[in-house]
Design a protein around this ligand. Structure first.
Ligand SMILES: [Zn+2]
Length: 1122
């Protein structure tokens, strides 16, 4: 659009003529020409006119005309119409109208014309438009505007419908402020509005006034914006009324547009209900060193804004975050370039030298060592228990917890090498090992067992030791000793037989090693039960799992069911059937009427289960330890189900404002029975999934705090089954420990240098493993040792956020690949030394927290000044990085593995000075930067199907200045410092488009990340590149894969609203225009068409010639160009 002074002169002349009140005829002609011009094109013409002072000109003309003792409606009416159209698109129209003195004046015009439908409608549209600004709306309210307008809304009639609609819309518009809502509530108008809605609903049998009913719903939405409004709505029977009218609307297609606003209105007005808990505080608490227990509550005021998302960034208030996005960017070049002094003295770094055993190791013993390992005896006897955790022998295996203790676990590990060791990797499970017949007979035996003891407890309880220190007895589960003992031995036989047959079926998994590892894991509740899936192992199912299609109107259906809880209480049970704090509820009587729940095992998170209806349960998640927040992760056991019946589960205290569960993501399910029949799979499950804001609020504190419901339905396949449901594929801390042992045993110690050491202990004194992987030197010759000691370092970390189990599966893929015989892996080992800390937050993972450590802090916000006591894993990881830095081995690449709950695909966040400055439009001339940070993401985009380059960014935000990525980049000086975010859901691009990611794809991502490291290694390029790149290409047909554009941030809107913040039925510009246009035509209504009469007194030919001249004048303007 051109904008030169000469080209705009035509329009400006017109506007100035309009303001200076020429004769009636020319004013009318100008208005007519403007209206035609503005109606013909798109809204751009109107915006152009606004930019040229069009609103002000129309307001001045309005004021000049209306101020007369006897206003000329021949001019006034088209003027008001035009003002409504233009003003509707002018965000500042309210202020402009106030400045021009047009607000009260228009209100007075309305008061003078209450009986003239057409004039009243014109005034109402203009008032509606003016009310877009808060102060203007308040001004209208203060001048009794709401009362005047309210009186224009009659009971059912067939006359003057467009005026009535204009009145209701204006009423709704003026209600955009708190003050006006209070006014209306205090005057009791809610009752009136409800009666009006009921009246119109009942009498408008031919559905000619749907727009009126829609507009009334909008008013009800507005008045229930306040707590008092919602309470009045509920106490006046609004819920029942709207529920009943909605039932009619659901049956009639013509009324379908009324359903959604009705449903949202009801959802909003459900009475706020406190969670059925005694405290918001986590069921698990942990004494923090140096802090008295009573101080616990200081930190945890509900609703404070400590890190609360599972991503790197806080996201509680997405809108605020987006609005402040640019402000959050670090745009001070000096600060971006500034490298702070180390947070500790150089002497403190010496302790970390033990974590570089590859630099000091004498490889002489390597061959000998390997030989010994083969000759050593097999497993210790594993007693005769299966998956109850054995008693801890504290005397022999106390984990060391101080930094640099470097309890080199290799010795201990090698002594427990498995008889199945050779079968562990690369086996094809169940092929020819486990016949169908055997599976059936085993599961039949098993089910007989579970009938005798009741399902779930029998599954997991056997004596902790031979003294009969029995879980069942502790909980008063009524079985006599003899029966117990007899059953146990029988049970063990079955389990032993099953284990015997299945022991090596799952690659890199060994149930016995798992149980051994779990016995050393320290949990706050002192778990003595293993989650069956973690113990038994998971094998990804064949094929891919597509994203779940969202059933139309699923949210509507769920909300209507929720509403019925308040209207029809007959089928409501409301019985607590599980409470993690109440052991009497953990083994309920063998009622067939309800499911059984359990969550007291590693990573488990379910605090309470309430049976709402026969097949519906409200589930409450446990907040993070020592906190009352961050519930999102869940993992629990369920049993005593009826097969073939859909059960509805509602997780009612989720905290995020939106979720991938609205966009095709499903929770995961593991069936013990399926596992015993040879299908040990976590599978995506659930139908009728949706995520929406509910009516619950915290036990204490503000009732305005909100929770969200994740609802899904599961139809169980088997009776006599025990199933596990989780937010995402669980990966426990004990699983890592067992996995590392399996890996250690899988590598050829003559070729692969694999060391697991303890970096430090966590707050609860669980060890934080640090793994070193590199290649052993080809010989002990100087050249080979020199090459080894000059390799480049790569540091990888993960799972700082415990709820992000996807990060662990990606890490599993990385670890397995790096230990494999793959030639690429071999080259990578020969080129790099990998330092990997797979779980930065062991305590969080173990205790089933979602975001924080035991001190209720987000560990990924502690990197700037980590506290050695409170955040030991971060303190020592950073210390180790400083150490590498101090010996001249600053890592080439650092990557922290995370999971992202709001986006699809896998992507990286990096750090770039230039891109951060560009983003804020800061001049970057003269800023030099190595563009190498882009190499890895670019390579991944080509080779990794799940990866999306377009989702990556490299911005340095102030709010993330204490994250691993930014601190390692800024303070350690690692150019390629990344956060890798993996979706919980699936991909919307590439060859995985439309699919959910499973553990196979997540592990593949970990492998691809390793592949991408080839792109940053000059050594590899020169020495091996051809062979290796060929290898990659042949293996994976994804070289051509490049991601398409994907949504920059959140998802496109759902069909249904997730939030109800906005006015539910939004008013569109085109609707208003068409109403206004109808009003301009001579109406069929009974008021005198005086204006038309006057206008017609000008001869049409005269008008036309005048118009032609005006068109000529205005044609110089470019407002016609689109
Ligand atoms: Zn994270």
């Amino acid at each position: 659009m051109t904008d030169s002074p000469s080209s705009s002169s035509g329009l400006e002349v017109l506007l100035s003529t309009l303001q200076n009140a020429g004769d009636v005829e020319s004013t009318l002609n100008i208005l007519s020409v403007l209206d035609e011009l503005l109606s013909a094109g798109t809204d751009r013409r109107i915006y152009y006119m606004i930019s040229k002072g069009g609103s002000e000109a129309l307001l001045t003309a309005l004021v000049n005309t209306a101020r007369c003792f006897s206003p000329n409606y021949t001019i006034l009416l088209p003027l008001l119409h035009l003002l409504a159209k233009v003003g509707h698109r002018d965000r500042r129209i309210g202020m402009k109208a106030e400045d021009a003195g047009a607000v009260v004046l228009t209100l007075n015009l309305l008061k003078q014309n209450l009986k003239n439908a057409k004039r009243a409608a014109a005034c109402l549209w203009v008032i509606q438009v003016f009310a877009s600004s808060v102060s203007t709306a308040n001004l209208i309210g203060e001048n009794c505007g709401l009362d005047v307008i309210y009186r224009l809304i009659p009971h059912y009639t067939t006359k003057n419908l467009h005026t009535i609609k204009a009145a209701i819309n204006a009423f709704a518009a003026v209600l955009c402020t708190k003050a006006n809502v209070c006014l209306v509530v205090s005057k009791g108008y809610i009752s009136g509005l409800l009666r009006l809605y009921e009246d119109w609903h009942c009498k408008d049998t031919h559905h000619v006034a749907i727009a009126i009913r829609h507009a009334l719903l909008r008013c009800l939405h507005k008045v229930t914006y306040s707590t008092a409004g919602r309470e009045a709505f509920f106490s006046l029977g609004g819920l029942r009324l709207i529920y009943q009218t909605t039932q009619t609307c659901l049956m009639n297609k013509a009324l379908s547009c009324l359903v959604e606003p009705s449903v949202q209105l009801m959802r909003k007005c459900l009475p706020k209900t406190r969670l059925p808990l005694t405290s918001d505080l986590s069921a698990y608490s942990f004494p923090i060193p140096g802090r008295p227990r009573s101080d616990l509550h200081v930190n945890i005021a509900f609703g404070d804004s400590c890190g609360d998302s599972d991503e790197e960034e806080p996201e509680k208030n997405q809108e605020t975050e987006n609005n402040n996005f640019d402000e959050d960017l670090e745009i001070d070049l000096n600060k971006l370039r500034h490298r702070p002094e180390p947070d500790r003295p150089k002497e403190a770094l010496a302790q970390y030298n033990v974590f570089c055993p590859e630099l000091y190791h004498d490889f002489q013993a390597q061959q000998q060592f390997a030989l010994e390992a083969l000759l050593l005896p097999h497993y210790n006897t594993w007693y005769s228990q299966w998956y109850v955790i054995p008693e801890l022998d504290l005397g022999s295996e106390t984990e060391k917890s101080s930094a640099a203790s470097s309890s080199d676990e290799e010795d201990e590990l090698c002594y427990s090498s498995s008889p199945h060791g050779s079968q562990i990797h690369g086996t094809d499970p169940f092929q020819g090992k486990y016949s169908k017949g055997a599976a059936q007979s085993d599961s039949r035996d098993f089910h007989i067992r579970s009938t005798v003891l009741g399902t779930s407890p029998s599954f997991r309880t056997t004596p902790k030791d031979s003294r009969g220190d029995n879980f069942l007895h502790q909980n008063g589960h009524g079985h006599n000793d003899e029966e117990e003992t007899g059953d146990e031995s029988c049970h063990q036989t079955i389990i032993d037989r099953l284990l015997e047959r299945n022991a090596s079926c799952i690659p890199h998994h060994d149930p016995k090693l798992y149980r051994s590892a779990a016995s050393k894991t320290k949990s706050i509740p002192d778990f003595n039960i293993l989650g069956f899936p973690d113990f038994w192992g998971h094998l990804p199912p064949q094929g891919h799992e597509t994203m779940a299609p969202r059933k139309p109107n699923v949210q509507r259906q769920k909300v209507l069911e929720d509403v019925q809880r308040f209207l029809n209480k007959d089928d409501i049970i409301n019985k607590v059937i599980f409470d993690v704090n109440d052991s009497s509820l953990q083994c309920p009587s063998d009622s067939t009427e309800s499911l059984k729940f359990f969550s007291k095992f590693e990573c488990g998170n379910l605090r309470k289960a309430v049976q709402v209806r026969r097949y519906e349960y409200d589930l409450i998640l446990n907040a993070d330890v020592n906190s009352c927040q961050n519930s999102q992760w869940f993992y629990f056991e369920v049993s005593n189900m009826e097969p073939g019946v859909p059960y509805r589960f509602n997780i009612i205290n989720c905290e995020k404002t939106n979720s991938q569960f609205n966009y095709g993501m499903q929770p995961v399910l593991y069936s013990v029975r399926e596992a015993l029949e040879g299908r040990p799979h976590w599978v995506r499950t659930g139908t009728e999934i949706c995520y929406y804001r509910n009516h619950f609020c915290p036990v204490r504190g503000s009732k305005t705090a909100n929770f969200y419901t994740l609802t899904f339905s599961v139809t169980f396949k088997h009776s006599e089954d025990v199933c596990y449901l989780a937010y995402h594929y669980p990966y426990s801390y004990s699983a890592l420990k067992a996995h590392l042992k399996v890996l250690q045993k899988s590598v050829d110690p003559a070729k692969v240098f694999f060391r697991q050491q303890t970096l430090c202990g966590s707050l609860a004194e669980n060890s934080c493993p640090l793994v070193t992987i590199t290649a052993c030197p080809a010989s002990r010759g100087w050249k080979d040792l020199h090459q080894l000691r000059n390799r480049t370092y790569i540091v990888l970390t993960g799972r700082v956020h415990p709820g992000e189990s996807n990060a662990s599966w990606v890490m599993k893929g990385t670890l397995e690949f790096l230990c494999s015989n793959d030639p690429v892996a071999q080259s990578l080992r020969e080129t790099f030394v990998f330092k990997i800390i797979p779980i930065l937050n062991p305590d969080g993972v173990i205790n089933g927290t979602n975001r924080c450590n035991l001190n209720s802090e987000d560990l990924n916000r502690q990197w700037s000044k980590p506290d050695p006591v409170l955040s030991p894993t971060i303190y020592h990881t950073k210390g180790f990085l400083y150490y590498l830095n101090s010996i001249g081995r600053t890592p080439l690449v650092y990557c922290d593995y995370h999971g992202h709950s709001r986006k699809k695909n896998v992507f990286l966040y990096g750090c770039s000075v230039k891109e951060t400055l560009w983003q804020s439009a800061v001049d970057t001339v003269g800023v030099k930067e190595d563009p190498g940070y882009r190499t890895i993401p670019k390579t991944l985009d080509r080779i990794a199907p799940a990866f999306s380059f377009n989702s990556c960014n490299y911005l340095v935000e102030k709010s993330r200045s204490a994250t691993a990525r930014v601190v390692v980049w800024r303070e350690i000086g690692v150019l390629r410092s990344y956060t890798m975010e993996s979706t919980y859901n699936g991909c919307d691009q590439g060859i995985y488009k439309g699919l959910q990611l499973g553990t196979k794809e997540l592990q593949e991502m970990g492998l691809k990340f390793c592949h991408s490291l080839l792109s940053v290694s000059k050594d590899v390029k020169t020495l091996y590149s051809r062979r290796l790149i060929n290898h990659i290409d042949l293996d994976h047909n994804t070289l051509d894969h490049t991601s398409n554009d994907c949504y920059e941030d959140d998802e496109p809107p759902c069909v249904e609203e997730i939030e109800y913040f906005k006015d539910c039925p939004t008013l569109k510009g085109a609707d208003l225009d068409s109403d206004v246009n109808n009003n301009m035509e001579c109406s069929d209504e009974d008021d005198e068409c005086e204006e038309e009469h006057q206008r017609n007194s000008f001869s049409p030919s005269h008008q036309n010639s005048m118009k032609t001249r005006l068109y000529h004048l205005i044609s110089q303007t470019s407002i016609g160009t689109e």
